[in-house]
Design a binder for this molecule. Sequence first.
Ligand code: ADP
Ligand code: MG
Length: 321
Amino acid sequence: MRIRAEHLNYTYNPGTEFAVQALKDVSLTIEEGEFFGVVGHTGSGKSTFIQHLNGLILQPSAQKKYKPKKPKKGAPVPPPSLLHVGDFDLLDKKTDFRALRAKVGMVFQYPEHQLFAETVFDDVAFGLKNFAKEPLKGETVERAVKDALETVGLDYAAIKDRSPFDLSGGQKRRVAIAGVIVTRPEVLVLDEPAAGLDPLGKRELMSLLHRLHADWCKTVVFVSHDMDEVAQNCSRVAVFADGGVKYTLTPRELFSRFGDLEELGLELPAAAKVARLLHEKGIDIESDCTPDGFADAAAAYLSSLRKETPAQPRDGEGGQA
Ligand SMILES: Nc1ncnc2c1ncn2[C@@H]1O[C@H](COP(=O)(O)OP(=O)(O)O)[C@@H](O)[C@H]1O
Ligand SMILES: [Mg+2]
């Protein structure tokens, strides 16, 4: 399912003194099959945008009580908004949002805070039963819950009867993710999925997301503020700033814009920081800004120097090829 947003706006508490325009003319297309990153400073609209994707936040036109307003005479006509996820039109109140939610799984920030059932099994089964049109057979539920728990790397027999509250932080998060993927969504959307985990936990979580992307959900969209995570994982990235999409590009393109990133209040990945220091010394190493990619590019650079050196001694200008 392709995700397509055009000229999307969203205001919290419209018409009140607490009104906040969180999205301003957002246009963004995420193709089916992408592993897509969303970055941007705090308050830039990332969470508001992604919560649109499964209809958790509804545009006014998608709400039951919506009646189109007559445009004011002489007022400028804004460009028409559009929000499609696959064939679902998310601006239309006739859309079956329940069917949409079964296809677009949403993992909130700190999803473990939403665990509630007495056992891990019941927690994961809840998501499934909630979306089923008809009551499901016990064995169907059991198979789906087992599949989901094993897919997130948990031992089904050992964990199914435990209380979710007695698990470790990382296990809780996995259970929460299992509760979302149990409906086999085509699109998986996650808000800062690795937030609060230690470096090993973060790596394991990203590798879980890649596993899910490979054989469970076609498209993965995740919000992150960790630029190393983004550099190492995404096919493309959207950079949000002040409610709008500033850029949509590959991590490699993104991290070559040192200055722009700083202006947007974003950190650089570690490899890009080193690349920038070297750039200031006149050495340009172009890499994808992953640790491995950077190491390879640096090694290639060094070996090119070694080849050049005997024939063409440098005069201290080195590297500005
Ligand atoms: N429930 C809400 N009510 C009112 N304003 C909100 C609400 N949620 C977010 N906002 C505001 O909307 C803007 C965008 O927030 P958000 O989408 O959460 O950004 P991000 O996820 O990038 O940090 C911010 O100004 C934020 O304060
Ligand atoms: Mg957020």
